[in-house]
Design a protein around this ligand. Structure first.
Ligand SMILES: [Zn+2]
Length: 198
């Protein structure tokens, strides 16, 4: 999967975040001056900028950058796209797979671009439901296809690590547009991705 790893960090944001995380470590009962933690606040500051870089990215521009005229109307499926995001309620990771399909209507896009659209929206603070819909809408609005389907299967650390501790629960969300609102097309897609979704 092709995506550019951002190693450009805004110095001002990095230093202010570093200060904040240093203070947070102290508040949590740690000693931010002990050797193992000296660089931790800055590492968190950079990691968080990396994990939220989606705010700086434009999904439609990415899809448009590889939009081609093509007279096909067969279902295009990209399944098992790795996905890592953070829930907006606890800023804890949720991760899993996204499956995307669309039925072209004059235009197709690069398959790797679909995977990048997943990154654009997952590298933000999210809820899985909105992530699913945003991916669908970006494809729908850019390619004007006959149908779009997005299914996401993810495990949420905020459920697994705290409170309810449902270790093996996977949350499945889906969004369907156009042809995929028909039972037959939707069933074919779900069969092809091998999901347990019904
Ligand atoms: Zn959460």
């Amino acid at each position: 999967m092709a995506y550019k790893k951002t190693e450009q960090y805004n110095d001002k944001i990095t230093s202010r975040l570093t200060e904040g995380y240093r203070e947070a470590l102290g508040l949590l009962g740690e000693d931010p001056d002990r050797e193992g933690l000296l660089k931790t606040p800055e590492r968190i500051a950079k990691a968080m900028q990396f994990l939220t870089q989606g705010y700086q990215m434009d999904a439609k521009a990415i899809l448009n950058s590889a939009k081609f005229t093509e007279d096909v109307q067969q279902m295009v499926i990209v399944k098992d796209i790795e996905l890592y995001s953070m829930c907006e309620h606890h800023m804890l990771p949720f991760f899993g797979k996204a499956h995307i399909a669309y039925i072209p209507n004059g235009y197709i896009t690069g398959l790797s671009k679909l995977a990048r659209v997943v990154d654009v929206y997952s590298r933000r603070l999210q809820v899985q439901e909105r992530l699913t819909t945003q991916i669908m809408d970006a494809i729908r609005e850019t390619l004007n296809p006959l149908g779009v389907a997005v299914v996401i299967e993810a495990s949420h650390l905020c459920m697994m690590m705290r409170g309810v501790q449902k270790q093996n629960s996977v949350t499945t969300t889906s969004a369907f547009f156009g042809e995929f609102e028909k039972n037959e097309t939707r069933s074919e897609f779900i069969r092809l991705i091998g999901s347990k979704l019904h």
